[in-house]
Design a protein around this ligand. Structure first.
Ligand code: SF4
Ligand code: SF4
Length: 477
């Protein structure tokens, strides 16, 4: 057998890979500090919000529901259909521009503080792991011996959390009433939906138990756009190299150190910077990078390196903030600028988009009516000689109240008869209904096999719309 040579790169290609290409499992050390405390509080509030949003209603309709099966998308109680092309396009554009604006101002604050990936991984899954394995993470307290009962307990807890998460996630795509029905009934009665819950649970387990930080580093497109979305004034987390370098291990300044006007410590470390090269900012990083190497795509702005370094600085008697929230401009000694052309432009575009959306949404809150041709032959001759067109009336009630609709002919030949079930034209708020509508006209009303009529569909004072429709019949009646 030929000898195989494994070529290894000079430097790590990816923070989650070893040089030989195997997975580098990261178990970041937890660094306590003000940012971790604040992020934990935000995370718990967000977990509550993520869980409750599917249950919240405005006038009986969901605050947020992306019902892909019915092709209905509800935002703040207003339901949009795929036919609302302009509205959906405006919404997508507004989301993109909003992301651009937030990133230009706050950098990747979303990633570090609010993204469900970070929130659940750092504040649910990793704490479970540390609890079961008895460790504080890499470089922290030594883990207890890996035993089968511990592994089973961890897997069980992961499964329970993932199952709950899968149901929460699905509640954004399936109405909660339907989802609760799935949960109540035996899986045998609804194997399809139960299978969907299991597949989603499996996806959660794969993401949070196995793939983990690679979702941010490899799969999420947001981090990749970072370089074009940030500008020198955007908020980033950065190491102050001018203050920290040259770094030196284990040097300790005296306790009575004071900082100069630029924040640079007047430490008695002649010729040395403030970084004591302890490496804590690296072993605490959930994506496995070294912030001292500069701004990197893998940085999710979690601020764990700030907490770690501030603690070190306090211990060695140096000013905190060697790693801090700052901007590239501020590090280069330039004044901070919040209102800059990019921010103003994004804000103006966002304001226009939101205004256009609000105007378009007002129209979207009206019932949507469609008259469709029924199945089978386009027309039939009745025993009394009349020509009948079998149609279907489709009503999408997009208002927030139940409406009873009626149909009448406002411009039609004398003798036109409409046949529909009045009782069945009551449509609940946010629901759609399709009912048969039979129209009969005298054969003499036809001209070359066609007869144009005007039909009015109304719901009392609340709504009225007149629709033109072409009825069909024999060419020579
Ligand atoms: S470099 Fe710092 S802020 Fe960025 S991901 Fe690592 S620990 Fe978090
Ligand atoms: S935690 Fe601070 S002092 Fe320690 S290596 Fe990182 S930057 Fe240097």
């Amino acid at each position: 057998m030929a000898n195989l040579t494994v070529l290894q790169p000079d430097a790590p290609v990816l923070s989650t890979l070893n040089r030989d290409g195997t997975r580098r499992w990261l178990k970041p050390r937890v660094s306590q500090g003000v940012f971790l405390t604040a992020r934990r509080a935000v995370a718990y509030v967000l977990i509550l919000v993520f869980t409750l949003v599917p249950f919240l209603k405005i006038s009986g309709r969901p605050v947020l529901l992306l019902d892909v099966v019915r092709r209905e998308f509800t935002f703040f109680g207003v339901t949009f259909l795929p036919t609302d092309t302009i509205l959906l396009a405006l919404l997508m554009l507004a989301i993109f521009v909003g992301v651009f604006l937030v990133t230009a101002l706050l950098g990747r604050a979303w990633c570090g503080w609010a993204c469900p990936q970070t929130v659940y991984l750092e504040f649910v899954y990793r704490p479970i792991e540390r609890l079961v394995e008895g460790t504080l993470g890499r470089g922290g307290r030594r883990a207890a011996a890996a035993t089968a009962p511990r592994a089973i307990l961890k897997a069980l807890l992961y499964f329970v959390v993932s199952f709950y998460l899968a149901n929460t996630f699905l509640a954004y795509f399936v109405p909660v009433e339907e989802l609760l029905e799935w949960v109540r009934r035996s899986p045998i009665e609804h194997p399809g939906s139960f299978g969907l819950v299991l597949v989603t649970t499996g996806a959660m387990l794969f993401n949070f138990a196995y793939f983990r930080e690679q979702t941010c580093v490899l799969a999420c497109p947001y981090g990749r756009f970072q370089s074009v979305l940030l500008d020198p004034s955007s908020l980033i987390i950065s190491y102050d190299a001018a203050r920290g370098e040259p770094r030196a291990k284990g040097r300790r300044p005296k306790r009575d150190v004071r900082s100069d006007e630029q924040g640079r410590s007047a430490a008695p470390r002649a010729g040395l910077g403030d970084c004591v090269d302890c490496g804590l900012c690296v072993i605490t990083c959930p994506t496995g990078i070294d912030i001292r190497d500069g701004l990197q795509m893998e940085c999710v702005a979690c601020a764990q390196c700030i907490d770690a370094c501030d603690d070190v600085m306090r211990r060695v008697g140096l000013p905190t903030g060697l790693i801090r929230y700052t901007s590239q401009g501020a590090l280069a000694g330039k004044p901070a600028r919040v209102l800059r052309p990019r921010v103003l432009l994004y804000s103006a575009i966002l304001a226009v988009l939101v205004t256009a959306m609000m105007l378009a949404a007002r129209g979207a809150a009206q019932p949507e009516i469609k008259i469709l041709r029924g199945p089978g032959l386009p027309y039939a001759r009745m025993p009394d000689g009349m020509i009948a067109n079998n149609l279907r009336l489709r009503i999408q009630n997009r208002t927030d109240q139940t409406l009873r609709f009626s149909v009448d002919a406002v411009d039609a030949p004398a003798g036109t008869q409409l046949d529909f079930d009045v009782e069945r034209l009551e449509v609940a708020a946010g629901r759609a209904r399709e009912e048969p509508l039979l129209i009969r006209i005298p054969p003499t009303a036809l001209h070359h096999g066609k007869c144009d009529v005007q039909l009015r569909v109304s719901a009392g004072e609340r709504y009225s719309r007149t629709i033109s429709y072409r009825l069909l019949g024999p060419e020579h009646p």
